[in-house]
Design a protein around this ligand. Structure first.
Ligand code: ASP
Length: 433
């Protein structure tokens, strides 16, 4: 029997990222150019008759605009992607409940691990970033409850126009996604095309990222020198420790709640993991993940498709861990300690931002603006992370895929399909383990 992925389950709405490789190079060149110009501007009061302080301010403002564009695209992306999944996936009651519980608990553990490691190691303490030019008193100071209530949409288009209101967008996407199930034959092509169009526009904005990196690095090096980049090394190591702990948690869950041995799972999934690392996209990897689960590991079709095809659209634990860690890291560099209620807000928004992140390269950076805004961190500092994001994106994509694999293994239970078949032959009618 063939276990190829059915054609309609291959995510054809995702276009491969042929620019990915050259974008790394462009980002590296932009960084080097930013460091050079930043050092030059930092060492003198004027350049070519212009005040260096105004040049640095210009760099900061211009880089902010690119981030603003990415943030503007985040809510439409979430609206269309989530309603598309809800409209097209085939999930039944009890199984859906189990899947949702697994997805939420794994993501919460990921964020908890991320925050714990970041609070203990504090790599952001080794450098200072300047506060942006907005006076603290200008920033809205609202409590967690108020922020939650603000997420209930006041109007249908409101959350879409306000890139901060991702929860409101999800509420609308879920309602409309479910309502659209009955009109699937008429709407499917339309929604799929809308998703393609949004992804294409995001692709255009991503082309501006090297410019934003150049401007941010110039501004930061011009004002602060090299310190923030030394801290980035610490950030990378800290994130890798967090991701490693998350994978250890997956292995423990598989050992306890599922029939295959963890080493067997890693061995069977190696094609999918290598592909996740090389493409930086869990969605492009999805068909390979599914095939490895079915053919190499031997999970039941139902469990493999629930975890790797349905769950994968919501399940981005590596991204959630990364977004929460990044928010804490930047707040440490700014010398602001996020208190418990603010960290709780980071948890909530990271869950939502990771659900909203498409499984494509660097998608986590787009939705990260939502986490930053929720706790009043300046989103323009996300560009600092771009220097290491090309590498960390690939690592967290592997963890995202491992999350889908773990969910599939747990759904498959403690007895393999083969063992169940043999047992049924010996003891017909005996319930599954
Ligand atoms: N690249 C990741 C993925 O495809 C998403 C992210 O940017 O975190 O899973």
């Amino acid at each position: 029997m063939s276990h190829e992925v059915p054609a309609d389950q291959v995510p054809e709405n995702i276009e491969h990222d042929p620019e990915g490789g050259s974008l790394f190079l462009q980002i590296f060149v932009s960084m080097a150019a930013g460091v050079a110009l930043g050092l030059l501007l930092g060492s003198r009061p004027t350049l070519l008759g212009l005040q260096t302080s105004s040049l640095l301010l210009f760099c900061q403002t211009a880089s902010k605009l690119v981030l603003q564009l990415l943030a503007a695209l985040a809510t439409p992306l979430i609206l269309v992607a989530v309603s598309h999944v809800l409209m097209t996936s085939d999930i039944k009651g009890k199984q859906a409940g189990r899947l949702v519980w697994l997805l939420i608990s794994n993501t919460l553990i990921a964020i908890f691990i991320g925050l714990l490691v970041m609070n203990i190691l504090q790599p952001g303490q080794f450098a200072k970033l300047p506060e942006p030019n907005v006076a603290k008193s200008d920033m809205p100071n609202v409590g967690v409850l108020d922020q939650m209530l603000n997420n209930i949409p006041k109007s249908l288009l409101g959350p879409l126009g306000d890139s901060n209101n991702v929860l409101g967008t999800i509420v609308i996407a879920v309602a409309f996604g479910i309502a659209m199930r009955d009109y699937r034959d008429k709407l499917e092509t339309l929604v799929e095309t809308a998703l393609k169009v949004i992804l294409r526009v995001i692709g255009w904005v991503i082309q501006l990222v090297p410019l934003a990196v150049f401007l941010t690095i110039t501004h930061v090096v011009g004002k602060e020198g090299f310190e923030p980049f030394v801290a980035l090394g610490g950030f990378t190591v800290t994130v890798l420790i967090g991701l490693f702990l998350q994978v250890s948690y997956y292995m423990a869950r598989i050992r306890i709640n599922s029939w295959p041995r963890p080493a067997q799972v890693l061995h069977a999934m190696r094609d999918a993991l290598v592909m996740a690392f090389s493409t930086g996209s869990s969605t492009i990897t999805m068909p390979v993940t599914f095939n490895c689960l079915r053919q190499k590991l031997g999970l039941r079709e139902q469990s493999a498709s629930m975890g790797a095809l349905v769950g994968a659209n919501f399940n981005n634990d590596g991204t959630a861990l990364y977004e929460a860690m990044a928010a804490l890291f930047i707040s440490q560099m700014l010398g602001r300690q996020l208190d418990l209620s603010q960290q709780l807000l980071v948890v909530i928004t990271s869950v939502v931002a990771s659900v909203g992140a498409a499984g494509i390269p660097r998608a986590g950076l787009v939705t990260m603006t939502l986490v930053f805004r929720a706790v009043n961190l300046p989103p323009e500092y996300i560009t600092i992370l771009f220097a290491v994001d090309w590498f960390l994106d690939r690592c967290r994509t592997m963890v995202n895929v491992m999350g889908d694999v773990t969910v599939s293994c747990i759904l498959d239970g403690k007895e393999s399909e083969e063992a169940e078949r043999i047992r049924q032959e010996i003891q017909p009618g005996f319930p599954a383990v």
